[in-house]
Design a protein. Structure first.
Lengths: 258, 374
């Protein structure tokens, strides 16, 4: 959550990244950068490797070749204290929210603070409450995850991912399973966090309304060519994309969405 | 990202006031040191107006905001005022309500009275009992239906479960039974040797293994291995809404999941018990060899001391134990609530209830067999 993110400064660099399973590449030689303070969306059809790419970008999987840099430091293959330092720079929310079911929302958000900082208990509680207030969950501090709705769980997961003020948030299908109104609320939250805190977002989503509402730039992945078939602002891709699949994706669904 | 420390300074202002200057980098790591020092300043100057000067802040994140808001929300006789706030910090502070943070967050639900909680506990107990009786009834009906219509039973599933619960359990059952036979034989042989009665160790071991320990130990092992597995499997299916999917497809989870497991357990428990009896006797025979009792003598002594009724009595028990273990495992699995912890809870409850039931029913069998003269 930097006060002054310097714009046009790449915070994530993906260089010659080849990823796959069992020796079979899924995506090959990917190169792209994510700038500070932008909302960057990963798009692609089912099975194109969006979520797998996201998991490589956050260091859960090791690539077959290439590297991922976060804030200029190489995450790929890093270990020990250096890796932990890089991991603190970003937060992740998963498709299901992945809140710990046996802890209250406050305890969920406090957990990373307990692990990484020397703050007093009272101070940690206050930081956790502020994060919950920021995502619109003030008053739900002592609720268990099972007691709140899916949309609220996603917002609580964002609050937990933000606990250490990471500067970068990775969101894996944040709108999945949410109604359009709740989904739009979540989009507004992302824009608000970007605006107030200058955070950078990397989002995997299929929802066209969401993409047009939040994305500064998108890249579209393709299973057959095992690479990026289009990149740029969503409106530009909708109106000027050369690849027929990209035009169909944006125009057909955009018509339905409208 | 430049590494910079946060700092805190105090300076006296005119009219007896004090200025607390916060500056540098305020993040979750640097504020850990500043926080107690700032609170100390607040306490030391409790009676005088305090200015909180944030001009020198170069970086501020949520923890920095929390520190500033914490200093502002503390109840004091003299006011704390925030001055010289950089625009960017002001934007961070804007969405938060310091007044709302002064009060503790509302509790989840007001605590209820003892009477109400006691009532709810009794009601819960009643509902649990009702569910168990209903489960026993429905399972019996499903089992009878399965016996009358054996072609409708998913035998492939049942055989797979029988393999996992039975054949795969052979090593552990064998190990425990061998140990049991060896220990029983050795401990009793040492005592009986004083009376020259080592030969009767064979009677003791054979009777206790065939009638009691064989079925009991096998059932307890099955409770630990398979009741827990059944509960975890069905519990996870419930959490993943797979049971709902079965129900909406018109497939009864009892017939689909429970009957196959009960049939498998009923099939394998007597077989495992028989195996445990044999291995236990082999262990005892080994020990008695060291007491100069040859194998032939041991076998003769065993065949004279136990009858087929003893063996059958033990196997009948094993069938009932198998029914209990599978039934309880499945029942606990079906009773699973939501969440990852719920599956663990069901598994624990399955093992504990199965063992308690096994012990209770074993006592019941002792009484019945006594009255039947078996």
């Amino acid at each position: 959550m930097p006060v002054d993110p310097s714009k046009n400064d790449p915070v994530i660099q993906v260089r010659d990244l080849t990823l796959g399973f069992g020796g079979r590449p899924l995506l090959e030689r990917l190169n792209f950068q994510v700038q500070a303070g932008e909302v960057f969306v990963l798009l692609g059809g089912s099975g194109s490797g969006k979520s797998t790419l996201l998991k490589h970008m956050i260091g859960l999987y090791e690539p077959m070749a290439g590297e991922v840099r976060i804030g200029g430091e190489v995450l790929t293959g890093s270990e020990g204290a250096a890796r932990r330092r890089i991991l603190r720079r970003f937060g992740v929310t998963y498709q299901s929210g992945a809140l710990f079911g046996s802890m209250t929302l406050l305890e969920n958000v406090r957990l990373p603070l307990e692990a990484y900082t020397r703050l007093s208990r009272e101070a940690m509680d206050l930081v956790a409450r502020l994060n919950l207030q920021l995502v619109g969950l003030a008053g739900f501090e002592h609720h268990m995850p099972a007691e709140i709705s899916g949309g609220m769980q996603k917002r609580a997961a964002i609050a937990r991912a933000m606990a250490l003020d990471p500067g970068i948030l990775f969101l894996d299908e944040p709108s999945a399973g949410l109604d359009p109104v709740t989904s739009a609320d979540l989009d507004r939250l992302i824009l608000r966090l970007k605006d107030i805190l200058g955070m950078t977002f990397v989002v995997v989503t299929h929802e066209l309304p969401s993409i047009f509402a939040i994305a500064d730039r998108v890249i579209m992945l393709d299973r057959e060519s095992r690479g990026i078939i289009a990149q740029g602002p969503p409106v530009q891709l909708r109106d000027h994309a050369e690849h027929p699949w990209v035009r169909r994706f944006f125009n057909r669904e955009a018509t339905e969405a409208a | 990202m430049q590494q910079q420390e946060g700092y805190l300074e105090t300076a006296a202002t005119g009219e007896g006031g004090c200025t607390l200057r916060l500056g540098g980098r305020l993040d979750a790591y640097t504020v850990a040191d500043l926080w107690p020092r700032a609170l100390q300043v607040l306490e030391d100057h409790g009676q005088t107006p305090l200015q909180l000067d944030a001009e020198g802040v170069t970086y501020c994140d949520g923890a920095g905001v929390a520190l500033i808001l914490d200093l502002l929300r503390r109840p004091r006789t003299a006011p704390v005022t925030l001055v010289n706030v950089p625009d960017k910090v002001q934007r961070l502070l804007a969405p938060f309500d310091a007044a709302a943070l002064a009060a503790p967050p509302p509790p989840r639900a007001p605590r209820q009275g003892v009477g109400r909680r006691l009532g709810e506990a009794i009601q819960g107990l009643g509902q649990g009992l009702h569910a168990q009786v209903a489960f026993i009834g429905e399972t019996t009906a499903a089992l009878v239906h399965a016996l009358l219509h054996p072609r409708q039973v998913r035998w492939a599933d049942a055989i797979l479960i029988a393999r996992r619960a039975g054949a795969d359990a052979l090593p552990i059952v064998g190990l425990i039974a061998l140990l049991l036979g060896v220990i029983l034989a050795f401990q009793s042989a040492v005592a009986m040797k004083q009376f020259g009665a080592e030969i009767f160790v064979a009677n003791l071991v054979a009777l206790s293994l065939l009638r009691e320990l064989g079925p009991l130990m096998t059932a307890i092992l099955l409770a630990g291995r398979s009741a827990s597995a059944f509960a975890a499997e069905i519990g996870t299916m419930k959490v993943n809404e797979e049971l709902d999917a079965l129900t909406t497809m018109g497939l009864d989870p009892l017939r689909f999941l429970v009957v196959t497991r009960i049939l498998a357990a009923v099939l394998v428990t007597p077989l495992l018990t028989l195996f445990a009896d044999l291995v236990g006797l082999a262990g005892a025979a080994l020990v008695l060899l060291t007491f100069d009792i040859p194998l032939v003598t041991f076998v003769n002594q065993v065949s004279q001391s136990v009858s087929l009724t003893d063996l059958a009595g033990g196997l009948v028990k094993a069938v009932v134990f198998g029914l209990l273990v599978a039934g309880v495992g499945c029942l606990r699995g079906l009773q699973t609530r939501t969440g990852a912890a719920a599956v663990g809870e069901s598994t624990t409850r399955a093992v504990v209830s199965a063992i308690v039931l096994i012990v209770a029913v074993d006592g019941l069998f002792a009484v019945i067999y006594f009255h039947l003269g078996i």
